[in-house]
Design a protein around this ligand. Structure first.
Ligand code: PMP
Length: 274
């Protein structure tokens, strides 16, 4: 008997933040988890409500008010070999931990990223909108970033469109307007981040800026006034340099406004769980 995800990355997962003891954007994470499971033909053996109870129990058992939950649903135990029918019962793992992805000072200074040589897996091969346990494409791009002395890399589709980073979505600000690549972007796609959606639908409105999905070439990103990344672990972080090109001096003003709004919401008594 073996655990299937250990062999083939055959499963799905979620990274979720806990702020003030509340599960940030819990419904959005549950929606994505169950949709992604369905897309890899994995039937999660418990309901969404039960999955939320699992998380709350995990938060309580670990005495967490500020932290991070990692939910992993695997194909489960079975024999060696690829046939999912040999793993009839999916496994569910819930981990509670702390997370701090990037150095705290990067939130003020902005951080440097590179552009990965390795393109993003095309949708026709494995749709990046599915948050599967198979992250090797992203990990190898991240290794490129690390070898270049930084923490994140922008990934392009095989037909040259900007998609996202290895573990974060990307936003570009030009002349006061915000743009981000659409979920399907050329032949590749990108993960529709929960933070990305929160920025687009809530923070941008509250800060009075427009945000539009737009396919972009690298040139357009390099010519931006500000660039920032979003993710559950990263939250919102400015990019001050892409490879050798300086973008902004420190964190840009609109990025800062969005980040401050984000921090205000997650430190308020009204952390949204929708
Ligand atoms: N893109 C990728 C590839 C990711 O793994 C993640 C999550 N770390 C994101 C974007 C951001 O998604 P979310 O805001 O839901 O964490």
């Amino acid at each position: 008997m073996c655990i299937r995800d250990r062999l083939y990355g055959d499963g799905v997962f979620e990274g979720i933040r806990v702020y003030q003891g509340r599960i940030f954007k819990c419904d959005s994470h549950m929606e994505r988890l169950y949709r992604c499971a369905e897309q890899i033909k994995l039937k999660i053996p418990i309901t969404r409500d039960e999955m939320v109870i699992v998380q709350r129990q995990c938060i309580e058992a670990n005495n967490i008010t500020e932290g991070y939950i990692r939910l992993v649903v695997t194909r489960g135990y079975g024999t060696l070999g690829l046939d999912p029918r040999k793993c009839p019962v999916p496994g569910i793992i819930c981990i509670a931990d702390q997370i701090s992805l990037y150095k705290p000072e990067f939130y003020d200074t902005g951080m440097k990223v590179v552009v990965a040589q390795r393109p993003k897996t095309p949708v026709a091969c494995l749709d990046p909108r599915i948050k599967t346990l198979n992250y090797l494409n992203n990990i190898l791009a991240k290794v490129e970033a690390i070898e270049a002395g930084c923490d994140e890399a922008i990934m392009l589709s095989t037909d040259g469109w900007v998609t996202e980073c290895t573990g974060d979505n990307i936003f570009v600000i030009k002349d006061g307007q915000i743009f981000t690549p659409p979920p399907v972007n050329g032949v590749s796609g990108l993960l529709e981040g929960v933070t990305r959606k929160f920025v687009m639908e809530t923070l941008c409105k509250e800060c009075g800026v427009t945000c539009t999905e737009k396919m972009m070439r690298l040139d357009e990103v390099l010519a931006a006034d500000e660039v920032f990344l979003t993710g559950t672990a990263a939250e919102i972080i400015g990019v001050n340099q892409i490879a050798d090109r300086k973008i902004s001096r420190g964190e840009g003003p609109i990025t800062k406004k969005l980040r401050m709004k984000f921090r205000q919401i997650v430190t308020s008594g009204h952390v949204p769980e929708d």
